[in-house]
Design a protein around this ligand. Structure first.
Ligand code: PLP
Length: 401
């Protein structure tokens, strides 16, 4: 069985997890993180969504409208709502996966408090477009870069995470690198960093001993889960949502809310595992780019719409669009290839966000209904195996029509 995702976590991370806490683990993690992304400051949080929520608070936003992509992780609008603000959705760009920045100016009002630009699937936000659009706003509106799916997005060489007041990140186990769970806000602004730090100290309670233990057990549990024979066994459970439940304890797309422990600080063990895993970042990205290259070369198939080919993408997911998605998932699975479907919803269509009709956010609707993602974590060799299976399934599906 080839799993749709597999974190690059091994002996190094387990060793780090089992190292006795020394105090200052989180600070060391923050220094390592800031160093990797080249930010002056980084602050650690229990989840990416907690990071975003407190960042919105630190920016002083309340009862504001926050411009949010229609295609993003649903926990992003949850954080907006839970911070006392309201998401205003914007459709996805033509042919890509990021928010269509050209559609932002008409959504800006007197109440707009921030714009959450997102680099979906590792595709950098178009900074030229962002600048052009900002020049049309009547006043300066803070831009938050959601870099949860990429630690090093660059638009024509310029780091995306610096094109705003701050960037927020997620390091849960399904992301490119991981601290088990965990989130970060990185910024170059001394004033914002100071404000956010005070707010964090006020609002977050220190991680309990029990949290550290739970995180350790979680880490030890997921390692065997991701080994191929066991993964095949748990696949049935996984398909019923086990893995999602691992990362997302509540029914995220049904209910607006935050996990119970969203205000309990990052545990020392998460910080230590995070430091170890950050060191693998270059290798993780190299493998992903190699796999993507194989897919671009060998999967030019009818009705199998490849993603944009951008030199700087860090590919959190390799996203293809197909019309008969369920059939693809099922047939690949029968051959031992598990495909993912991230993100399978357009947020404004969810009942909790107003159940907008598909024609109000047509491109997001289309993306949500057609995306599949190919395993991208295993470099060239694994990608070649995936190519063989995908070509076979493609022949079958095409042969039927
Ligand atoms: C994963 C993710 C987040 C935040 O995730 P947490 O699970 O809260 O750490 C935010 N934005 C995007 C685009 C994501 O994919």
């Amino acid at each position: 069985m080839i799993p749709r995702l597999r974190p690059l976590i091994g002996a190094r991370e387990v060793r780090a997890a089992l190292t006795p806490p020394r105090g200052g683990d989180c600070e060391r993690f923050e220094v390592a993180f800031a160093g990797l992304v080249g930010a002056r400051y980084a602050l650690a949080f229990p989840y990416g969504r907690s990071a975003l929520l407190l960042l919105l608070e630190a920016l002083g936003l309340r009862d504001c409208e926050v411009i949010t992509p229609a295609i993003t992780c649903v926990v992003v609008p949850h954080a907006v709502v839970c911070s006392g603000n309201r998401p205003v959705f914007v459709d996805v760009e033509e042919g890509g996966f990021n928010m269509d920045l050209a559609l932002v100016p008409p959504r800006v009002t007197g109440r707009t408090g921030a714009i959450i630009a997102t680099s979906m699937y590792g595709y950098p936000c178009d900074l030229d477009m962002l600048e052009a659009v900002r020049a049309r706003f009547p006043r300066d509106i803070p831009v938050i870069q959601d870099c949860a799916l990429t630690l090093d997005a660059r638009w024509k060489g310029r780091p995306v995470h610096k094109a705003g007041v701050a960037a927020c990140y997620s390091l849960n186990i399904s992301k490119v690198v991981s601290s088990i769970f965990g989130g970060v806000v990185a910024t170059d602004s001394e004033a914002l960093h100071a404000r956010l730090q005070v707010l964090r100290d006020e609002r977050l309670r220190p991680a309990s001993w029990g949290k550290g233990l739970k995180r350790l057990l979680y880490l030890l549990a997921i390692l065997p889960v991701f080994s191929p024979p066991i993964y095949a066994l748990v696949n049935k459970l996984e398909r019923s949502g086990l893995l999602n439940r691992f990362t997302y304890p509540i029914e995220e797309d049904q209910v607006i809310g935050m996990p119970r422990d969203y205000l309990e600080g990052m545990a020392g063990i998460e910080a230590r595992v995070g430091i170890a895993n950050l060191r693998r970042f270059d290798e993780v990205v190299r493998r992903r780019r190699e796999a993507a290259e194989v897919y671009f070369q060998h999967l030019n198939l009818d009705g199998f719409v490849l993603p944009p080919r951008l030199e700087n993408s860090t590919y959190s997911h390799f996203v293809v669009r197909v019309s008969r998605r369920d059939e693809w998932l099922e047939r690949c699975l029968r051959r031992g290839l598990q495909l993912g479907q991230v993100v399978p919803y357009s947020v404004p269509e969810l009942p909790s966000y107003g159940a907008h009709r598909p024609d109000e956010f047509p491109r997001a609707a289309q993306v949500a209904r057609t995306v599949i993602n190919l395993p991208i974590w295993g470099g060239r060799r694994l990608a070649e195996r995936v190519v063989d299976i995908v070509r076979e399934v493609h022949r079958e599906i095409e042969g039927q029509v």
